[in-house]
Design a protein around this ligand. Sequence first.
Ligand code: MEV
Length: 326
Amino acid sequence: MSSVEVSAPGKLMFFGEHAVVYGYPCIVTAVDQRVKVSAEVSRDEKLRIEAPDVGLTDYSLEISKLGKKQDFPRGARFVAMAVYNFFNEYNVQSGLRITTQSDFSSEFGFGSSSAVTVAVIKGLSELFGAKIEGRDLFDLSYKTVLDIQGVGSGFDLAAAIWGGTLWFVAGGKTIIPLRTEELPIVVGYTGIKADTPTLIRQVAEKQKKHPDITTKIFEAISLVVQEAKGVLETKNWLVLGELMNLNQGLLDALGVNTRELSSLVCACREAGAYGAKLSGAGGGDCMIALVDEKTKEVAEKAIVNTGGRVLQVKLNAGGVRNESNS
Ligand code: MEV
């Protein structure tokens, strides 16, 4: 095989963001917005990357110069580090052309970097016959993400690999698929791009200053997540909505809520949603609201009227897959 095309889904965090970084569980779902990676073996000793969605065209570098300390341009970082780690782990060296293309903007906080990382490593494993799957794929992808951003729980990698809805504990200590139906969720984008590592570091500062209080907040978030797991199965949306509101309050206490997120959350609640919360690192990006048939449209209008943008996504999407034969 000399070329391959692989796709991996983005994600939405349901419950448990930030606390998951400290070893508590979270619930994440994969969305039907995918990142596609094409990888092709080339004869020259170069890694060429095209990532037009993030403004990167015609980037190339000698394979021999690929190194951990390299200062890769923004759009190339995760791809180049994934290639470097794969080559090291599987003792491979080859020229490559890699092109990435995303169904969604990297601004939304759907985890495009993680989806790209998973898709690149999976693609290379197919190209070079390494057959990396499941846990091994997670471990190498997680190493790659940590090599670049230094922090993160890896929950978004798990969503990109396994898809569906997952119970996830930091670093992939536990990853369990949850059986959920299509949840009646609306997604609102604030229009503000948030930087996850910065927000993780802000919470770490808070943790340093107020260790006892923040630990209690993480524990409370963990209780919300555990209760939500049961409620997802019984489909009691009233209770699930309350749990979302509780989670939102706790995230606010951690300092990651913003005026824009709050406005969208409140607008959805006023529109009759069962509950609403930010989804992801906070500081901008997206919020989610749990609705029913009647309130969906009203909540969507409320998001738009409050200055947000509605993102249409389906949940429980499939995990990483080889698209070459489809
Ligand atoms: C970001 O989407 C969610 C965080 O919990 C970070 C992480 O788990 O890696 C804030």
